[in-house]
Design a protein around this ligand. Structure first.
Ligand SMILES: *Cc1c(COP(=O)(O)O)cnc(C)c1O
Length: 332
């Protein structure tokens, strides 16, 4: 694949807005907090996967694919956005979802079904181990399937976040507000690898701080290694001569709690306080956890009043409707 010949397929509305969260900042007694609203990318309730899919599905179309296949958890935002994008492009869509078919269909899963995709329940294999076998069956039935990687995190997905950082840089210039930290939820690594590479290419000085939301590994490599090798292969792909090493990576794993998707006090406080101070929704799996991590870094002084933070809202809001206990756990 040649970087210069990439065919991008428009799927969302860009640039997404940036907003200042002054009420939240006041309540926390903390630094200025900005938010990049990728929950408003416009594709089926939004999220960071829209950016990645513009490049990945652009490639799928250029390859002549007629069928898309990807994997994720039952409440995967990536799968929901892929299903919506496939519908808009009139491509057949197969989702390989972890677990068993639940009794109650809600949140992202309900939307997957609304978009008319085919769902394969994969038990413990929520990261796509069953894809090759389903690919084979699709090929035998005469289809031209194209695999969108787990979380949309390959070089094309990471490239989308190099471009996203350029988009943000233009917005920062317009408001003339230097930020010291960019904080976001990190899970399959494409967002972080792209932001790291974008920072390098722009010569920026802010810290790119990923909040790890998942205890697991990806394809048997540690998450740190996975992000670094994706940042390096994306640099190579884009013709940038730079080798990332461990010191370039800030991945905070202090907030994984009981593991992927297990809702706790940290997420509860972050979601309710952001809702009640700013009228903005976070999600229970990713942005709620990352915002909870940001609260803790502010309270513990790792990020202080003189800093200025941009929280990258990566979406995920439909999963709120799969966690009704968020409200029953609330004190108000
Ligand atoms: C996928 C996802 C992330 C993580 O992005 P990666 O590029 O996979 O690390 C964060 N937040 C939400 C809401 C997501 O759906």
């Amino acid at each position: 694949m040649n970087y210069k010949k990439i065919s991008k397929q428009a799927l969302g509305f860009f640039p997404t807005p940036i907003v200042e969260l002054s009420n939240l900042s006041k309540v926390l007694g903390g630094p200025k907090i900005w938010m990049k609203r990728d929950d408003n990318t416009g594709l089926a309730l939004g999220g960071n996967k829209t950016r990645k899919l513009e490049y990945i599905l652009g490639d799928a179309l250029a390859c002549g694919a007629d069928t898309i296949i990807t994997a994720g958890a039952a409440q995967s935002n990536h799968c929901r956005q892929t299903a919506a994008a496939a519908a808009s492009l009139q491509l057949e869509c197969h989702l390989v979802l972890g677990g068993e078919k639940p009794d109650i269909v809600n949140g992202n899963l309900m939307l997957d079904m609304l978009f008319g995709c085919h769902i394969h329940w994969a038990g413990v294999n929520r990261k796509g181990d069953d894809i090759p076998q389903i690919m084979e069956q699709l090929k035998q039935s005469g289809k031209k399937p194209y695999v969108v990687p787990y979380g949309g995190s390959n070089e094309l997905g990471a490239l989308a976040f190099v471009e996203a950082l350029k988009e943000l840089e233009i917005q920062f210039q317009a408001i003339d507000e230097p930020v010291t930290h960019i904080v976001f939820a990190s899970s399959s690594g494409g967002t972080q690898a792209g932001l790291m590479l974008g920072k390098k290419m722009l010569g920026a000085s802010y810290q790119i701080v990923g909040i790890n939301i998942d205890k697991g590994e990806i394809a048997n490599v540690s998450f740190d290694q996975h992000i670094l090798s994706l940042a390096n292969s994306t640099a190579k792909f884009m013709g940038v001569k730079h080798a990332f090493s461990k010191q370039d990576l800030i991945l905070n794993s202090d907030y994984v709690g009981e593991g992927y998707g297990v809702f706790g006090d940290l997420e509860h406080e972050a979601i309710s306080l952001t809702a009640q101070t700013e009228g903005i929704l976070l999600d229970p799996v990713y942005t709620g956890r990352a915002m909870g991590g940001l609260f803790d870094m502010i309270r513990s002084g790792k990020i202080n009043k003189k800093d200025s933070v941009l929280f990258w809202h990566t979406g995920g809001v439909p999963a709120l409707f799969a966690y009704p206990n968020i409200v029953t756990a609330s004190k108000c």
